[in-house]
Design a protein around this ligand. Structure first.
Ligand code: MG
Ligand code: MG
Length: 247
């Protein structure tokens, strides 16, 4: 679940779970390396795009949920394949979605690829109206000069920095710097793994735009997410405002 600075839910990040009855729940940390090992990465990416964009189409079919955004994680390897943009365009087309509500999250590893190649791929995807986010930001691969030449919409501050905000001055300094940088480059900033109101207050004070984490809702099936919004008549996690007032 992702919220904005007012505490309203603006959308969600789609997370993959593989739930074969004979094995029980398998998390991405295990099945992604397996998919890579067996050369199924592109199949997996296609499946994630199909499932995610299908979900977005259902949301957009209902005025109550039409404004929600969905972020999907895409591996740098798949993003770099020649027909990625064509595949994505095909799926967007079939489902007839407003692609501006779709965000693709790419890990910072994308910065380790050839600049020309990545910039070209990104431009193709941007033509479809899809937003691009740089995930796990701050963990090590970004050069600032590089960053400003790519058509990104958003940086997503790595959750590791958020978890330690309260305990480490160095993390506070780093997060502040990232937020200032994002603003100066005209990028939206998203913080993930936000777990409590103190972390959120710090992030808001320094201009973070969007927030994601347990404070707004645990990972849950898409239907449960929509149901959780419907339970709150004004839309959005109203309990955030109540928590802020009591803090
Ligand atoms: Mg992500
Ligand atoms: Mg992350």
């Amino acid at each position: 679940v992702q919220g904005d600075a007012t505490g309203a839910a603006i959308g969600a990040e789609g997370l993959r779970r593989w739930n074969p009855p004979e094995l029980g729940m398998v998390f991405p940390g295990r099945f992604i390396p397996l998919a890579e090992q067996f050369g199924l990465n592109d199949e997996l990416t296609r499946y994630v795009l199909e499932a995610g964009i299908g979900t977005l189409a259902r949301w957009q079919g209902d005025p109550a949920t039409a404004q929600l955004r969905l972020s999907l994680n895409v591996s740098v390897q798949s993003f770099n394949t020649d027909d990625f943009a064509r595949t994505l365009a095909g799926i967007v087309d079939v489902h007839g979605v407003d692609a501006s509500k779709l965000t693709l999250e790419l890990s910072e590893h994308v910065m380790a690829q050839s600049h020309e190649h990545v910039a070209g791929r990104m431009a193709e995807v941007k033509k479809l109206g899809v937003r691009l986010s740089l995930d796990d930001f701050g963990t090590g691969y970004s050069s600032l000069a590089y960053l400003k030449t790519l058509p990104l919409d958003e940086v997503k501050i790595d959750g590791g920095f958020i978890a330690d905000l309260e305990h480490a001055e160095s993390n506070r300094a780093l997060v502040k710097t990232i937020l200032v940088m994002a603003r100066n480059l005209g990028l939206a900033a998203v913080a993930e793994h936000v777990e409590n109101i103190r972390q959120e207050a710090f992030l808001r004070a320094f201009g973070c735009d969007f927030f994601q984490g347990y404070l707004y809702g645990r990972a849950m099936p898409a239907d449960a997410f929509i149901a959780s919004l419907a339970e709150k008549p004004n839309g959005g996690p109203r309990h955030i405002q109540a928590l802020r007032q009591s803090a």
